[in-house]
Ligand binder design. Sequence first.
Ligand code: NAD
Length: 297
Amino acid sequence: MPADLIDGVSIAREIRREVAEEAARLIERGTRPGLAVVLVGEDPASAVYVRSKGKACEEAGMHSVTIKLPAATSQAELLLYVERLNSDPLIHGILVQMPLPAPLEADSVIRAIDPRKDVDGFHPINVGKLLVGERDGFVPCTPAGIQQLLVRSGVEIAGAECVIVGRSNIVGKPMAALLIQDAVGANGTVTVCHRHTRDLGLHTRRADILIVAAGRAGLVTAEMIRPGAAVIDVGMNRIDDPTSPRGYRLVGDVDFETVQQVASKITPVPGGVGPMTIAMLMSNTVRAAAAFARAAE
Ligand code: NAD
């Protein structure tokens, strides 16, 4: 029997509805959650993400500001914008869209964001809080969304063999930190694979939960899957497709057609992890706003 689809679109919709309800409660008490997104340069994919983040916020009744800066913006100017947003009382979440155009450098920008407004969860303070299990920090949106996909589709994480392919700071590492926590929706036994892993299949075949974030189309095939595993495909790869109006289509890192025959649950690409990332960004922004509101009481 082919695997059940884990429907990221409908789970993300559910979370966005919950976030909108929470935002409405905060607004009633005088705080409208506000997100500022900073976009430097003209990268078309980044512009699309930024537009959809703004739109999603507005749909949830939140305040949203997009700051578009030219690619020639200097590091000092960018840091100045971040400083201004740090002290803006209408803004509770700040996101600087990555990647930044060269020669701008991301680390100092991430560190300049007030950790209380770091809704991307990339500031070392929030990375550290995640690792030590302090719940008042922010978890990066993609791994937080994957955890929600698993929990809300009834995948048992406690005690499960969880194998993660990819060790980026955005997905793989925070994913591992989340799943090994002694917490509800966690308590997994986690293995992290990367490009130096000697025999990838040896590890993936042990996985009850396999999360693939390598950015390599077709990396994971059916013979690398344990029968009955839950498979989360984070990859977003453009491959040429002359039959598509755009000339390309989006595929994940997992060979969906064959893996679907072996797994018990699987996320599609698109429509799996992608929609969750924005939903969790909104969720983090509302949490940030709630924390500021509490601190002001
Ligand atoms: P990255 O390029 O920073 O890291 C890729 C990781 O995969 C590295 O740690 C590398 O060691 C590992 N890797 C590469 N080839 C491998 C191989 N053959 N075997 C084992 N490991 C291998 O990537 P990232 O930023 O984490 O993104 C990964 C993918 O997820 C990309 O396709 C990206 O577009 C996608 N992504 C999607 C979302 C979303 O919201 N859907 C969010 C973030 C990233």
